[in-house]
Write a protein that binds this ligand. Structure first.
Ligand SMILES: *[C@@H]1O[C@H](CO)[C@@H](O)[C@H](O)[C@H]1NC(C)=O
Ligand SMILES: *[C@@H]1O[C@H](CO)[C@@H](O)[C@H](O)[C@H]1NC(C)=O
Ligand SMILES: *[C@@H]1O[C@H](CO)[C@@H](O)[C@H](O)[C@H]1NC(C)=O
Ligand SMILES: *[C@@H]1O[C@H](CO)[C@@H](O)[C@H](O)[C@H]1NC(C)=O
Ligand SMILES: *[C@@H]1O[C@H](CO)[C@@H](O)[C@H](O)[C@H]1NC(C)=O
Ligand SMILES: *[C@@H]1O[C@H](CO)[C@@H](O)[C@H](O)[C@H]1NC(C)=O
Length: 828
């Protein structure tokens, strides 16, 4: 079977597995220096992999760490953790050059980091000739001792985002989060003692600062803290208990377990977590305590006007959205929040639009009790600075008038936010949410949630089951199910549809998706004269609509469904809108004609750009295409309850936009064709498809793996010579293969990779990125669907090395790391 041949072929390249060893593996292998650095000693960044300090028991190491192609930091890391987790960074905001930089214990007694040009980027600021040595202790503390063994300086006094057992947090020190996953730079969250002597978590962003833990709406004594001990000291002990002078105390869930390595880290997502290292197994971290159970309690996460909902991103991850009337300020960074599409002038005629179940915490102009709704409303009306007010209908007449809307979250069982909207704007329903440009519906369900910060409120009003379940596109899926269940097939006149749905308590936005007449399409394509290709579905024509939009019209030759069925199938895909998916603008269904109208993408399909003789797709573009396609598939698989499986991922179905941004075509159409017609394409089909077994999104993951290999190799997988020689190696388990690979020398590995990657690139590619792609590809083409990674995981892995530029870009964060704040992995 051909598909299995592919697996064998790719597995033959077992040498891939050395690639799973990202740069730090090399670090842990070469010779080392012991735990001491004497006065006059130095480390060169070029020797990062072979020279570093190791604590006496080997639990911690200290040396240079690569953070981007040509950017290095000086760090202490956990030797035994699989990803060499960093516990401390000297120069987190000022990485040094990958050549010519050094760490040196100077003769004058200062420990410094010096960049290529001789500039000192970091300095312990201790200069005394009595300094003798710097030593990495088993606690993970790097200490500068004088001759008599007195401590002159220690890294424990300068924490970054992590506290180790025995390392205190004090009056003068704070933990500051990283800015994004995998990046060393300082972010906006901190853990510190405030002026009341209380340990706090705070979001300290460019526009606002806001405390979110412990519960900012309770007094310190209600939170079990004390403000009367001004010692300001807290620390974690080796058994897993943290205690502080403000009475804060918490224990790890594995409290007391012997010989466990622990850390307390303020994550880039703003949550503070305690972890234990699983050294017996894979060297992974287990969360043994977390400050917040709901990631939406973290402030600043969705920015101004943004609303945070837990769990829609899968695995409890928070998802941000903007209410109707607002648009996302920066789609790549939801922490920038939403922009209002209207302004409110003082004294103009306004009304209040309702957002049931929403809460924006903080920024209250005035908080008052025992007001009626009308009194509360009047206060907001009378005050030009009032943007909205929250009213708790649960009794007690709690009224919160808001000067700004931040820290929005859903659902809040008791509260309704009333948003001030000028009458001239017309009708606005802010309970309709937009996720990344998507219309999304609000469905009413009866969830029982009392996780709001207002848990001290009186019991919920029984009539108010306004607990909302806000769903990303999932809402639309459910919606479709409702239509079908009710025998109510899709209604295309948007306004009636919307009104009808609203009557049932739902609201729905339909935009741009349209039914075309056959005559319209015939005119647009000059009577179907410009055939530009054929897909599995049928002939494809280019055309221009009345409004000037260039479109592609596909004649669905095999589709024979009745009009209503066809319409209902399309209704779902018509509303899918993602930058890496070809946008479906509409369709035509008249008599026996079934046509699909979609966005025209300029640069042809990937197969032409990649395989044609004379094609020259650069490395940067190839990696960008891999990331884009992965994002598009992840969107199809995960943001709609594994709802859409493409079933035919291949270069022919990957269209390239003007700047080579990929867009996947022909998605969601598998259902339109009868099962026997959907067979994927040879060379790309997963074994389970070939064997006619049940198909899940993992079939697409397989095909994506093949596309990754082709991007690397520049050649169709089917064209590679099949040589099943290395059967024995294949039978080894993963760990033995890794072990074998580690024996390979570094030079050979690089040479090997160079041989593997498309020769047309002439070696002009990023080693790290190519290694990541290969490793992923091999995982993706596993013949057991369960062992293949999910598309979400694939995206995360690819993004983690995306900011590695092939050229020398030192401050990679300035060059836009593609961080998706809207999907935050709670475990890291
Ligand atoms: C050393 O002094 C410089 C300049 O005052 C300061 O920016 C830096 O943070 C200090 N370094 C340490 C480790 O204290
Ligand atoms: C204040 O906190 C410190 C450190 O936790 C503790 O040793 C000390 O006893 C506390 N003082 C009072 C008066 O509780
Ligand atoms: C080093 O790690 C091992 C395994 O986790 C632990 O048993 C040992 O106590 C650690 N050594 C020190 C000095 O912390
Ligand atoms: C807050 O509301 C109370 C009661 O309505 C009012 O007396 C007071 O003046 C208000 N304070 C401000 C600052 O608006
Ligand atoms: C609604 O609430 C009832 C009672 O708590 C529960 O049994 C039922 O499963 C809930 N329905 C949904 C759809 O959550
Ligand atoms: C609901 O609140 C009660 C009392 O505050 C708490 O014990 C319980 O764990 C909460 N349940 C959930 C699901 O948060």
């Amino acid at each position: 079977m051909r598909a299995l041949g592919v697996i064998r072929l790719t597995m033959r390249w077992w040498v891939f597995f050395f690639l799973s060893t990202l740069p730090w593996t090399a670090l842990s292998e070469g010779g080392e220096r012991g735990s001491v650095m004497w006065r006059g000693d130095s480390f060169a960044v070029e020797d990062a992999s072979s020279s570093f300090l190791a604590s006496p028991s080997g639990n911690f190491s200290c040396g240079f760490r690569q953070v981007a192609t040509n950017a290095y930091t000086f760090v202490i890391w956990f030797t035994a953790s699989a990803d060499a987790t960093v516990a401390w960074t000297a120069n987190r905001d000022a990485p040094v050059n990958g050549r010519g930089s050094r760490a040196e214990l100077r003769r004058d007694g200062s420990l410094v980091l010096q960049d290529l040009d001789g500039h000192v980027v970091w300095n312990t600021n201790i200069s005394t000739t009595s300094a003798d040595r710097a030593e990495l202790l088993d606690s993970g503390n790097l200490v500068l001792f004088d001759e008599s063994g007195r401590t002159l300086w220690q890294s424990f006094d300068w924490p970054t985002d992590t506290l180790l057992p025995g390392q205190p947090i004090t009056r003068y020190r704070r933990l500051v989060s990283a800015s994004a996953r995998g990046l060393p730079y300082s972010g906006f969250y901190s853990f510190y003692f405030d002026s009341n002597n209380i340990l706090n978590l705070m979001y300290d962003g460019p526009e606002i600062s806001s405390n979110y833990w412990p519960n900012p709406f309770s007094k310190w004594w209600e939170n079990g803290r004390t403000a009367y001990n001004s010692t300001r000291y807290g620390s974690l002990d080796v058994r897993g208990r943290f205690s502080a002078s403000d009475n804060l105390q918490f224990d790890a869930s594995d409290m007391g377990a012997h010989g466990v390595m622990r850390r307390l880290t303020l994550g880039y997502d703003g949550n503070l977590r305690m972890y234990s290292l699983d050294v017996s197994g894979a060297g992974t971290w287990q969360v043994t305590w977390a400050a917040l159970s709901n990631p939406c309690d973290v402030h600043g996460i969705c920015g101004r006007y943004g609303l945070c909902t837990q769990g829609l991103g899968g695995a409890g991850a928070p998802v941000c959205s903007c209410p109707e009337g607002f648009v996302v300020a920066e789609a790549s960074d939801w922490s920038k929040g939403c922009r209002r599409t209207f302004d409110v002038r003082c004294g103009e005629d306004v009304y209040f639009a309702k957002m049931p179940g929403a809460d924006y915490s903080g920024f209250d102009l005035n908080y008052t009790k025992a007001l009626t709704y009308h009194e509360c409303r009047q206060i907001c009306l009378d005050d030009c600075n009032c943007e909205a007010f929250g009213y708790k209908h649960g009794g007690g007449g709690k009224c919160y008038t808001k000067i700004a809307l931040w820290n929005g979250r859903l659902p809040d069982s008791y509260q309704v936010i009333y948003l001030k909207v000028p009458r001239r704007v017309g009708h606005l329903d802010p309970s309709v949410l937009h996720f990344g440009g998507h219309a999304c519906t609000v469905l009413e369900v009866n969830a029982s949630s009392n996780s709001s910060s207002y848990s001290h409120l009186p019991a919920a009003h029984s009539k108010l089951n306004f607990v909302y379940f806000y769903s990303f596109l999932a809402g639309l899926c459910v919606m479709e199910a409702i239509f079908i269940a009710a025998g109510y097939l899709f209604v295309f006149r948007a306004d009636t549809a919307a009104r009808r749905i609203r009557d049932q308590g739902y609201s729905l936005v339909l935009d741009h998706f349209k039914r075309f007449t056959y005559d319209e399409l015939s005119a647009a394509t000059c009577e179907f004269s410009d055939e530009i290709g054929r897909s599995a579905l049928g002939a494809i024509y280019k055309g221009v609509l009345d409004d000037g939009r260039s479109v592609t019209v596909t004649r669905l030759e095999e589709v024979m469904q009745a009009d209503e069925v066809f319409r209902s199938e399309l209704s779902a895909i018509g509303r899918i809108n993602h930058m890496n998916l070809v946008r479906i603008w509409g369709f035509c269904s008249e008599h026996s004609h079934r046509l699909l109208v979609s966005e025209h993408v300029d640069n042809g399909s990937l197969d032409k750009a990649l395989f044609l003789r004379g094609a020259s797709l650069g490395w940067h573009a190839r990696y960008g295409i891999a990331v884009g396609v992965a994002k598009g598939l992840a969107y199809l698989h995960h943001e709609c309850l594994e709802w859409i499986v493409h079933c035919d991922v291949k270069p022919e179905n990957i269209m390239l936009g003007a700047d080579l941004e990929p867009k996947i075509a022909d998605f969601g159409l598998a259902e339109l064709l009868s099962r026997s017609r959907v067979q994927g394409t040879r060379g790309y089909i997963a074994p389970e498809m070939a064997l006619n077994l049940p198909i899940t999104g993992k079939a697409d993951v397989f095909s994506f793996g093949v596309v990754l290999l082709e991007l690397l190799r520049g050649q169709r997988v089917c064209d590679w010579a099949v040589d099943a020689g290395d059967e024995e190696v294949l039978r080894m388990d993963f760990r033995r293969r890794v072990a074998l690979l580690r024996e390979e020398t570094r030079d050979l590995q690089e040479a090997w990779l160079e041989e593997f990657v498309d020769a047309r690139l002439h070696g002009d590619f990023s080693y790290l990125q190519a290694a990541t792609m290969l490793e992923l590809a091999v995982l993706c083409v596993d013949d057991d669907p369960r062992r293949r990674p999910s598309m979400d995981a694939v995206v995360q892995t690819l993004l983690s090395t995306q900011d590695v530029m092939p050229t020398s870009v030192r401050h990679a964060h300035a060059a836009s790391p593609d961080q998706e704040i809207s999907h935050i992995d709670p475990m890291v």
